[in-house]
Write a protein that binds this ligand. Sequence first.
Ligand SMILES: [Zn+2]
Length: 226
Amino acid sequence: MVEDLNRNPRFCIDVHTHLTDGIFQLTINDVIERARASNVKAAIVVSESISDFEPVLNLCNAYPTFILPCLGIHPIQSTGSKDERGIDIKRSVNLKDYEGVEKFIEKSLETIGGIGEIGLDFTPRFCKSNDDKEQQKSVFSKQVQLAQKHDLPIRSTVLAHAKTEKHARAKRKNCTDEEQGPSKKQKTIDLTKTVSSEERNNICKELVSAFAAANTPLSKVDHPAL
Ligand SMILES: [Zn+2]
């Protein structure tokens, strides 16, 4: 199916956008027009925190035939402060961030297309303690349960990755390695590069190329490694 679309790209749907980001504030109409002209028929717009919920729904009201909104809170949240380079300082999500989320989502069920962007991100510089990890898991779990309760799809980087053949191959490889016991080579890999870190680096390289081509600052990329 994907190969057919690549050979004959009649249309596509962007399943992961952050079009309420401030970077698009002045050019959103232009961005959507250019996307439409490139055969993008629709875009799923996700939120990252509860403060994004209203803007995501407002964007949907402005472009009801193009935007499909998803509401949810991301495992990594902005502190609202910036570092010396002007980049947002981020931290792990906590249960306080989740206050009001269910109420808002449940009153928006007629409008939204799913729950997102949610997931798990234990990058040490954001997720600094066991308590951070437990709160992140709890927020994720509550949102998954909310999606199940209302039979809504989930937009999640964790789940999307876990379904890929690449992930399955890496998992199969790890299982085989575990069954055979740690080899000398395996020990070296554990200390330097894991399968997932190599995969993450490859994804980063692809993202950097794509964002550079689109003249988008890397500070706008939500990948934790960038
Ligand atoms: Zn995202």
